[in-house]
Write a protein that binds this ligand. Structure first.
Ligand SMILES: Nc1ncnc2c1ncn2[C@@H]1O[C@H](COP(=O)(O)OP(=O)(O)OP(=O)(O)O)[C@@H](O)[C@H]1O
Length: 301
């Protein structure tokens, strides 16, 4: 039976159905609770419902970093989209699924309630930042718009805050970047702008879904460092989703490994990396670039 501890050190009974093998760490007071999440969609090929995510559970405390890893199609995005209330048309959560955020049942929220939660207390960044920005507006104006609409700031305050945020996310010349259009910025800078927009509402939870996948290795490492630094500075809870175990290993204390919609392994990242229990995790480890894990080993206590 795996050992079970809370972040505050209190012992808990082991979660029923948790994959065996690693220390089960549960937050004393969860910020995000995902319980028995099952996501299905109608498949014309099968002439019926197919299960995309099958009975997934995890809990995340304030200020925690949590990784979800698995190959393409393993259900990572559908899990995150359930938490963000943005499942595609025709895809839905099955009865018995529960997702709650700071005590609020997310699966029962109306569109209006989502509007006041998403982009403020729960934020997300995805792959391909360019597609989330308006090509005909400067990136500064786009951040100002978000700060005015979501944050209720006046134009001048919003501009000041935007420049501050651009500085916070490591843009060397915030004033120059403020005036640039998306096509004038590199992929790494665009992703930083998207991160600035995501954190502009001071979220409690930030989900980064393959946010560094399209970037080259050096820029990817810089953006991951930025996320880790933001998490430490602001205390937000961070979920990093990637097909690459090295990416989640760089920033996450705990990791959950998914295959074909099911959690095959979960636990403290260090344990999962050093003693993978499932053959699929071992396969993922072989597949990723050695560089990432070596770096993690050296830098983590
Ligand atoms: N709009 C949709 N309708 C029905 N099924 C979908 C839809 N989008 C994705 N799927 C299916 O859901 C399953 C899980 O996909 P999901 O996108 O969550 O995987 P993933 O692990 O995030 O991989 P990727 O990084 O490639 O998106 C896959 O079998 C996928 O084909």
């Amino acid at each position: 039976m795996p050992e079970t501890t809370t972040l505050s050190g209190a012992a808990l009974p082991t979660a029923a159905g948790a994959p065996a093998g690693h220390t089960v760490v549960e937050p004393a007071v969860p910020l995000l609770s995902v319980d028995h999440l099952t996501v299905t969609a109608f498949s014309p090929d099968h002439d019926g419902e197919v299960t995309l995510v099958d009975d997934v559970s995890f809990h995340l405390g304030r200020g925690e970093t949590f990784g979800i890893v698995g190959e393409s199609g393993s259900g990572k995005s559908m899990t995150c989209r359930s938490v963000l209330g943005i499942l595609p048309a025709g895809v839905h959560t099955a009865p018995g699924s529960a997702v709650s955020f700071d005590g609020t049942d997310l699966l029962g929220l109306s569109d209006k309630q989502w509007m006041s939660l998403r982009g403020t207390r729960i934020a997300a960044v995805f792959q391909d930042p360019g597609s989330y920005l308006n090509p005909s507006m400067t990136v500064g104006a786009q951040l100002v718009e978000v700060l005015r609409i979501k944050g209720g700031l006046k134009r001048r305050q919003a501009r000041e805050r935007a420049l501050e945020l651009f500085g916070d996310i490591g843009l060397r010349n915030p004033t120059a970047v403020f005036r640039q259009y998306p096509f004038e910025l590199s992929g790494g800078m665009l992703q930083r702008v998207l991160i600035a927009i995501a954190i502009s509402g001071d979220p409690d939870l930030l989900i980064a879904d393959e946010a560094t996948t399209a970037l080259d290795v050096t820029v990817q490492a810089e953006v991951l460092d930025l996320l880790a630094e933001l998490q430490e500075r602001t205390g937000l809870a961070l979920v990093v989703v990637s097909h690459d175990l090295a990416v989640v290993a760089q920033v996450c204390e705990r990791v959950m490994v998914m295959q074909s919609g099911v959690v095959v392994e979960s636990g403290p990242t260090k344990e999962v990396l050093h003693d993978p229990q499932h053959s699929y995790t071992r396969e993922l480890m072989r597949a990723h670039a050695e560089y990432g894990l070596e770096r993690w080993d050296e830098e983590r206590p």
